[in-house]
Design a protein around this ligand. Structure first.
Ligand code: PHE
Ligand code: ZN
Length: 880
């Protein structure tokens, strides 16, 4: 085992040699694969003659030639992960290397490996070195050709990057294909696929009239499930032309769905590889959320063609340059295809639920880290932080978690930074910046500063110390206080900010924070603001060298206004304001910014729930504030609002969210309170909910588009409210919905609605659902869902914990990565009461031994023989 090695951003050095062309040849075999690589090498500085280091891992070197001549033993050095040419020729030369690799034995899902009998590759971040010796770093960009030879019966389809320029048969049952990629690329974008696949074919005509052939490859039986993926691809191609003027640059675009894939998907040039789950969908088996996830990820990978591939990263510290920007682009794409506000709400929720907690903990790190740790040339995090992806987590979390101190969530922070450029510059200014970025850097490997400079220069903008967003970790806390002076007719907002200390960064500088805001008059209308505040935006809260506190005074304000702060969530910060409850009710009813309408409703709901929880715990009767009912009613009956937005806005914060705000989490109390509020709302808004269900039924076949999705979302939540009443009329209604629908979105929602009430109906429907889908559903997605349901998972008798503990041990034998993800459900045991703590974690007394086995599940897991490293790591960290 190699010792961990810390790598620093500041240590970046230009390579001594560049590669111009790379010609690869693969002889794919069952026992071994032989890789021929012919590279034209040239020194960065003519005549420098320094040694040339090549990366290589798990490779058998067969031969090495320089300018056609076999190298002598003394001319090179072969280390465990390195091949060094000691004195290469002084000018341009050709380097020919032959290696042998064993894809059939490669279980790392990196480099060349086999997935269900097919060959495929994964090279980001450092997988290419498992294919051949190479300078495996993204600033080496070269033009590739790739010739693949394989048995024709076993591997009828042979794919690589670029255009297919030749194919034919070879004696003895073989065949070959020759691919040429005319664009320079880093080796992490190389891809090869060979196997038994069939394609759904379509075409896209670009705006300049080029016909692009589109192919989505899967095993034959899955082809019917690729309709939506193809639709998504064409939508993404069109969108990138319309919004960014970016056209696809080759005549062919391939997508391959692979069942064994490390991450969500990978943007290899013209040959995107996907985890099957993010390609395949049918109305009967996939929900609207699954459809939306596919749309987003297909878009994401496609958008990388410009942001990532044509312009790539200089080094892996710049990961956010491509991921932050491309996540931002896919968020925008999904927003334009659906509801902008709802998408923003979903993205902000991810930021708050995953990124902010990380920023506040020992793993905090900036968007661009200063250093990271590699062990044995693996990115360690790929092991300790397995991909956090389920169909219910947002689409863009496709991976990219390469930092030891980090997980994939950091890409969210990067996307927020990109979003702030757009917020500050406006759509047109942002577009100008993007245009300049491509004009300057097409075909280059660049840094986050280059992106910043393009945005700044294209707009003559003064961004002050905006770059701190890349280097400073932690979530800034902004506090706002307001005061109104009736005599002077002025309204003042005083902002102060604080960036919490994070490991390695004890002292922070004030940041440049764009705060979009509006002031509402007593009719709920926006008061026009003076031009100083461009489109209602305070461009900074405090900038470099200025005090941490700033006051903004608005004049000519004739009555005390209602402030709507941080509209559309214009910066990734925590905001504390002196808004009162009645301010919040007012914003909920009137704010022209839908995001803040939702936000106000959620803040109110959280307050309400917490105070009812206190009542519940002290046996006081529960009473629901009529203003809250009224607020939600006004949203529900506002026909000018988007239906999906309404569905979001009338959804109460989850049990987990409320438990997180409590000193000692009390799942029973929170659950009781949440059910109480739901029932109360349902009985008071019965009429409205019932007409909502009736007027939003599906009249036709399942269609994935925004109006239909929004309609289903609203119908489903109304149905859930009604069913919570456990009234035969509504149970009948839910049963009817369950039986009459053919799509998963509505069927599953009806099932969940019925599931609220124990009894025969529930048992029957669950049994029916199970028998329909027992073969289609991955069992662990059910277990994962179960642990997200606080009441049963946290059952006081420990049965939920016991169930999970046993599942983890069983599953660990099959799939340690998934098992370790499940153990993490135990990791928050400290948040619960003592009984639950001891059930989840430690054995305090023999009371917890039954049948001679410890009932404390984390300890039980830890004491299991043959536990995987993955599970061990998470379980031991949770106990520590
Ligand atoms: N670059 C991939 C994406 O954006 C994510 C990924 C990273 C996949 C590393 C594999 C390995 O979708
Ligand atoms: Zn990406």
């Amino acid at each position: 085992m190699d010792t961990p090695k810390e790598i620093f951003l500041k240590d970046y050095k230009l390579p001594d040699y560049y590669f111009d062309t790379v010609d690869l040849k693969f002889l794919l075999g069952e026992e071994k694969t032989i890789v021929y690589s012919k590279i034209t090498v040239f020194p960065r500085v003519e005549g420098a003659c320094s040694p040339l280091d090549l990366d290589g891992k798990d490779l058998k070197l067969v031969s090495i030639k320089v300018n056609m001549e076999e190298l002598k033993k003394e001319d090179y050095q072969l280390g465990l992960h390195r091949l060094t040419l000691l004195s290469p020729p002084s000018g341009t030369f050709t380097l020919e290397i032959v290696t042998e690799i064993y894809p059939q034995k490669n279980t790392s899902l990196e480099g060349l490996y086999k997935s269900s009998g097919n060959f495929c590759t994964q090279c980001e971040a450092e997988g290419f070195r498992k294919i051949t010796f190479y300078q495996d770093r993204p600033d080496i960009m070269a033009k590739y050709t790739c010739r693949i030879e394989a048995n024709k019966t076993l591997y009828p389809v042979l794919l690589s990057n670029g255009n297919l320029i030749e194919q034919g048969d070879i004696e003895g049952g073989g065949h070959y294909a020759l691919w040429e990629d005319p664009f320079k690329k880093p080796c992490y974008l190389f891809a090869l696929v060979a196997g038994q696949l069939e394609s759904r074919d379509d075409k896209f005509i670009t705006r300049s009239g080029r016909t692009v052939s589109l192919k989505i490859w899967t095993p034959a039986q899955d082809l019917p499930k690729t309709v939506h993926a193809m639709y998504s691809l064409k939508a993404a191609m069109k969108w990138d032309e319309d919004v960014f003027g970016l056209e696809y640059d080759l005549d062919l675009f391939n997508i391959v769905a692979v069942p064994d894939f490390k991450m969500g998907a990978m943007e290899n040039k013209s040959l995107n590889l996907f985890n099957s789950k993010l390609v395949l969908a049918s109305p009967e088996t996939a929900s609207d959320a699954d459809y939306a996830a596919i749309l987003g990820v297909i878009g994401h990978e496609y958008f990388h063609n410009w942001t990532g591939n044509r312009v790539t990263c200089r080094d892996w510290f710049q990961l956010s340059l491509k991921e932050g920007l491309t996540v931002f682009r896919d968020q925008e794409f999904s927003s334009d295809m659906g509801s902008r506000t709802v998408k923003r709400i979903a993205d902000v929720s991810v930021l708050r639920n995953y990124q902010f907690p990380q920023d506040g903990g020992p793993m905090a790190h900036p968007v661009r880290p200063h250093s990271y740790i590699k062990v044995g040339y693996h990115f360690l995090s790929l092991r300790i932080l397995p991909l956090k992806w389920t169909t219910s987590t947002p689409l863009t979390m496709t991976g990219g978690n390469m930092w030891m101190v980090n997980s994939s969530y950091s890409v969210y922070h990067g996307a927020e930074v990109v979003r702030m450029y757009k917020t500050l510059l406006g759509s047109q200014g942002f577009r100008k910046g993007m245009d300049l970025y491509f004009k300057r850097h097409d075909g280059q490997a660049v840094t986050c500063e280059d992106f910043f400079a393009a945005m700044r220069d294209a707009n003559d903008a003064d961004f002050a110390n905006f770059l701190l967003w890349y280097s400073q970790a932690g979530t800034p806390l902004v506090k706002v206080t307001s005061s109104y002076n009736a005599e002077a007719q002025t309204y003042s907002l005083k902002f102060s900010q604080e960036v919490p200390t994070t490991p390695g960064q004890p002292v922070k500088e004030p940041m440049f924070i764009p705060v979009a805001l509006g002031l509402l008059d007593s009719n709920g209308k926006d008061i026009p603001l003076t031009s100083v505040y461009h489109e209602g935006m305070l461009q900074s809260v405090a900038s470099n060298g200025q005090p941490k506190e700033e006051e903004f005074v608005f004049s000519g304000i004739t009555e005390r206004p209602f402030p709507s702060l941080l509209r559309v969530y214009s910066a990734p910060i925590r905001l504390e304001s002196d808004l009162t409850e009645s301010d919040l009710f007012f914003l909920l009813a009137h704010d022209s910014d839908e995001f803040n309408r939702w936000e106000a409703g959620q803040i109110l709901a959280r307050k309400l729930m917490l105070s009812l929880v206190a009542d519940f715990q002290t046996n006081k009767p529960l009473v629901l504030n009529p203003k809250f009912v009224h607020g939600l009613k006004s949203i529900l009956s506002d026909s000018s609002l988007d239906k999906e937005f309404i569905a979001k806005a009338i959804t109460l914060p989850g049990v987990g969210e409320i438990m997180d705000m409590m000193e000692v989490a009390d799942p029973d109390a929170v659950h009781a309170v949440r059910s109480f509020i739901r029932k109360q709302l349902a009985s008071e808004l019965k009429k409205e909910f019932l007409s909502t269900v009736k007027s939003n039924r599906s009249s036709e076949q399942y269609v994935f588009n925004h109006p239909n999705m929004a309609r289903r979302a609203l119908k489903n939540i109304a149905l859930a409210y009604l069913a919570s009443l456990d009234d035969p009329e509504f149970t009948e209604l839910a049963l009817h919905e369950y039986k009459s629908t053919t799509n998963m979105t509505e069927q599953f929602s009806a099932l969940a609605a019925i599931d609220q009430n124990p009894g025969k109906n529930r048992d029957d429907v669950l049994a029916d659902f199970y028998s329909n889908w027992e073969h289609d559903f991955l069992v662990y997605s059910l277990i994962g869902g179960f642990c997200g349901s606080p009441v049963n998972f946290h059952a006081k008798d420990g049965s939920g914990y016991k169930f999970l503990g046993e599942m983890v041990v069983q599953l660990d034998k099959l799939n340690p990565q998934v098992a370790s993800r499940m153990v993490s459900a135990f990791s928050r045991w400290r948040r619960y009461d003592e009984t639950r703590q001891s059930l989840a974690k430690v054995t305090k007394s023999c009371h917890h031994f039954r049948d001679g086995r410890p009932q404390a599940q984390l300890e039980m897991i830890m004491s299991t023989n043959g536990l995987s490293e993955n599970v061990f790591e998470i379980a031991s960290k949770s106990l520590a």
